[in-house]
Design a protein around this ligand. Structure first.
Ligand code: NDP
Length: 452
């Protein structure tokens, strides 16, 4: 059968764009790609990139204060949100254009349209046109998942934050995951009065317990009113704000309520199930280690598969798919020892096993330290950094590294290389410290704090 394309990609985010560019540009496939919104997807348009720029923007309040303590005469006129937003919009336009240019250069045909599956080899576009492809890659990502009652009361999601006309003064953030904690810190840094409700006993469930406690403490120290074991029971929107009743028996008023209660894969209405594509409990496309769905011509990568929902993972999955199917170079995306960073203030960088998970696996030694970094100590700031290594007592391998410190996202990338290579505690020990730095602590942790 003659197809219009060798590959049709649905979704112009990190995973879809990488797959399309590699398949067309490196392996010579005829590739079409449909994107219904803006090229770049969640990461570029309403996720990692604008979030990180907001993290930078919000960090200047502390930096200005520090500058004074270091002897500078500084006057701050306060944060100008509209000015920042104008620049942010311009930057996102620039990045979107770069994504398009990359696809063009690779020879990918872009359709600015939603695409819905018709059968195992055909998709229908908004125009009514149907196009066929030998292979279809679904890379439609995910969307914020808000309870109905929150939506009805006008609660916002992370998508809305970047589009606010003005910065709200009193903000409630609901949730305790990546997004909730990052935005609590960002908005606090920008001068909002931030309250955060999390229903569980400690934020950032699934991460290392000690690091979670350390971050929660630092967030409180920075002025965030963090309420653990607290959930919303009712929201009422009025002229003066939103009144929120919570399980701690209080009713508080906020100018904005932001829900960061998880994300769901974008599979609704794509026509997947009638074709035999298997969906999981959250609606994610179930794929094998080659990113192939239950229908052989249909593959999926990125958040829509709800494996590890991180941009670099989606990129690896997209690349591996393109090499396997079009490059005669079969390879699987490696989901082991994936490092990540939570851009709280201070940041959290993590790779490998948490202390809790490692305990289950066998005997371990824990090396850890918490200290006031030199830069903060001089500025009389209370910030404390934390560095921790989880070591297997038998093999001596470092199983996990957890860093809460300014720049932890940068530090963990490098620690992750050593850990991925199988470094032992002794390899860390024989590496000479770089002085004076914070990260020298990682190679000078002499005695285990505890064993288990
Ligand atoms: P998460 O799944 O990480 O967190 C969701 C939070 O909301 C949890 O604390 C959860 O509580 C809580 N929650 C869920 N449902 C409800 C509810 N009905 N009422 C109250 N609370 C609720 O999702 P995020 O939205 O924070 O992030 C989604 C994903 O995006 C992340 O897992 C990550 O993969 C990715 N991401 C990565 C970033 C990075 O790399 N820096 C940044 C942002 C996102 P509980 O723990 O009890 O379930």
């Amino acid at each position: 059968m003659q197809f219009d394309y060798d590959l049709f990609v649905i979704g112009g985010g990190s995973g879809g764009v990488r797959a399309a560019r590699i398949a067309a540009g490196e392996h010579g496939a005829r590739v079409g790609l449909a994107e219904e919104y803006r090229m770049g997807g969640t990461c570029v348009i309403r996720g990692c990139v604008p979030k990180k720029l907001m993290v930078f923007a919000s960090s200047f309040a502390g930096a200005l204060e520090d500058a004074r303590r270091y002897g500078w005469e500084v006057a701050s006129g306060g944060f100008d949100w509209p000015a920042f937003r104008t620049r942010l919009d311009a930057e996102l336009d620039r990045l979107e254009a770069a994504y398009r240019a990359g696809l063009d250069a690779a020879g990918v045909t872009v359709h600015d349209s939603r695409a819905v599956l018709v059968d195992a080899h055909r998709v229908r576009l908004d125009s009514g046109e149907t196009v066929s492809a030998k292979h279809i890659l679904v890379a439609t990502g995910g969307s914020p998942d808000l309870p109905e009652a929150a939506l009805a009361a006008g609660a916002l999601s992370s998508n809305d934050i970047f589009k606010l006309d003005a910065l709200p003064k009193r903000v409630l953030i609901v949730g305790g995951g990546f997004i909730a904690c990052e935005f609590a810190c960002v908005l606090n840094g920008m001068g909002a009065e931030v309250t955060q409700y999390y229903r569980g006993e400690q934020i950032l469930r699934g991460f290392d317990g000690e690091a979670r406690g350390h971050i929660a403490e630092q967030m409180r120290e920075a002025g965030i009113s963090l309420h653990l074991g607290t959930d919303v029971i009712g929201l009422r929107r009025g002229a003066g704000g939103t009144d929120v009743a919570s399980t701690d028996g209080h009713e508080r008023r906020f100018d904005a309520v932001i829900y960061a209660t998880g994300r769901r894969p974008n599979t609704a209405g794509l026509g997947l199930e009638p074709l035999g594509v298997k969906l999981g409990r959250k609606g994610e496309i179930v794929v094998d280690e080659w990113s192939q769905s239950a229908v052989p011509s249909i593959y999926a990568v990125g958040d829509v598969t709800n494996r590890i929902n991180l941009t670099p993972v989606a990129i690896r999955e997209g690349h591996a798919f393109a090499d396997t199917v079009f490059g005669a170079r079969p390879r699987k995306a490696d989901h082991d020892l994936v490092p990540s960073a939570v851009f709280t203030q201070p940041e959290f960088g993590t790779v490998g096993l948490t202390e809790e998970a490692a305990r289950e696996a066998g005997p371990i030694e824990i090396y850890a330290t918490a200290f006031r970094p030199m830069q903060s100590a001089f500025a009389r700031r209370p910030d404390r950094a934390m560095m921790k290594l989880v070591v297997c007592s038998e093999t001596r391998r470092v199983l996990g590294c957890h860093i809460v410190a300014p720049g932890a996202g940068e530090l963990i990338q490098l620690a992750a290389i050593a850990i991925k290579m199988g470094a032992t505690k002794e390899d860390f020990d024989r590496t000479v410290a770089v002085h004076p730095t914070m990260s020298e602590e990682l190679v000078t942790l002499r005695k285990p704090l505890r064993t288990a």
